[in-house]
Design a protein around this ligand. Structure first.
Ligand SMILES: [Zn+2]
Length: 415
């Protein structure tokens, strides 16, 4: 059997799982009891809007994954990546220029192939559903910035990775994993002060009772937030959110202006305390440690795999070459699909802990519940997703589970 055919068979479960996921998302939770429970907090129109919005993106998302797998498969098993590598090496001397040339072709190929899908799901659907505020030229400029940042970051990582693999042939995986972990920490630090401002305008939340209240609540949760910033999201979309970002001196609370415009101070307080709960429970630190562990495990796995006789021939490349990039991307996609259910179960556990902190510190279950309802409406979330999909893929408990948790916490407190 040819490597191309063997790889296609190996990828079949990944494709099948992706199709099953789409079917489950389309099906949703049809249980009459769940619908009755949802109707206690949401109107039929709100339930329909979340469901319709989720369904609109299902087929484009499925096509995006299938197209990505097909492209990687073609790049690897039909020697396209090898030919791109030869072109880069014949045109330029030195790793930085060769890597830049290879990436221009690699990312350019992605941009051209995915363009119709991205325009449809990113722009047309967003405008049709009323969630996107950008005009087409603004949307194009936003995408162009994303592609440019992606190019620069991928180029830096690729150059560093290949340099280390070529220099430290026997123990490259330890040094490369350590360097990538360090780079990831630097990027987390730079995210709020360098990367995010490329895409959005940020301003400090002016001195106000709300600002003082939010900083006070964070202190009560055991988190010293340095500042509160407003992300001017309303120029881009109708989404509302709040998050903690950065580490050390760059750490800050960020609120979407849509959140400030549409939520009450009590609802904003409960949302921000939830985010502070993630810090006080050490979720951010655990996340960084887990990322480092996965980087080390991935590097070790690649080193081990490419040491097995016949593997280099199977993929038509070796670790120190530019053409290894699509192989690493494909293996990372397979590994993340496998790890997905474990990661999402851990994430849901963290979310429940942060919810408990928010409820305990604010002591305001009513604001917690109304914030959940408003967040669902602002972000067009499906209130009734399929239970199996929630168990295997959801990063957060459903809105109904969180509302039930708030009601039970209040009842326990009264007892
Ligand atoms: Zn959270």
């Amino acid at each position: 059997m040819s490597p191309a055919a063997a790889a296609a068979i190996a990828l079949a479960p990944l494709v099948a799982w992706r199709i099953v996921r789409t079917a489950l998302a389309c099906l949703g939770n049809r249980s009459p009891a769940a619908t009755q429970a949802a109707l206690r907090h949401f109107s039929p129109a709100q339930l329909d809007a979340g469901r319709m919005h989720t369904r609109a993106y299902l087929i484009p998302d499925l096509l995006r994954t299938l197209l990505a797998l097909a492209l990687l498969w073609t790049l690897i098993f039909h020697s396209l990546a090898g030919r791109m590598e030869s072109a880069a090496e014949s045109l330029f001397a030195g790793l930085p220029l060769q890597a830049a040339c290879f990436l221009v072709i690699y990312i350019g190929l992605h941009v051209v192939i995915f363009a119709p899908l991205e325009v449809y799901s990113g722009y047309v659907l967003g405008r049709r559903l009323g969630t996107l505020k950008q005009t087409f030229p603004q949307w194009l400029a936003f995408q162009a910035k994303g592609i440019a940042v992606n190019f620069l970051l991928t180029w830096a990582v690729l150059c560093m990775f290949l340099f280390l693999v070529r220099t430290f042939t026997c123990c490259w995986w330890v040094i490369a994993a350590a360097a990538l972990t360090l780079l990831a920490a630097v990027l987390i630090f730079l995210q709020p002060i360098v990367l995010a401002p490329i895409f959005y305008r940020f301003t400090r939340l002016h001195e106000s009772p709300l600002r003082n209240r939010l900083l006070d609540l964070c202190r009560k949760a055991g988190v010293e937030a340095r500042d509160v910033f407003v992300q001017h999201e309303s120029k881009t979309s109708t989404h509302s959110n709040a998050y903690f970002t950065g580490i050390a001196h760059s750490r800050r609370i960020v609120l979407f202006d849509n959140l400030l415009n549409s939520h009450s101070p009590e609802e904003i307080a409960v949302i921000v305390t939830h985010e502070a709960g993630h810090w006080s429970h050490g979720h951010i630190f655990i996340g960084i440690i887990l990322s480092a562990v996965s980087i080390f495990a991935g590097s070790f796995g690649l080193n081990y795999l490419f040491g097995v006789p016949g593997v280099e021939k199977f993929f038509g490349t070796s670790m120190g070459r530019l053409s290894a990039l699509p192989v690493i991307t494909l293996l990372a996609m397979a590994a993340s699909a496998f790890a997905g259910p474990f990661v999402s179960a851990l994430s849901r556990k963290f979310e429940r802990q942060a919810d408990a902190t928010a409820l305990k510190i604010t002591g305001d279950p009513d604001a917690f519940i109304s914030a959940q309802v408003r967040l669902v409406c602002d972000n067009n979330i499906d209130v009734l997703p399929h239970p199996l999909l929630v168990r295997l893929c959801a990063s957060h408990p459903t809105a109904l589970q969180r509302i039930r948790f708030a009601i039970e916490s209040a009842e326990k407190k009264e007892e």
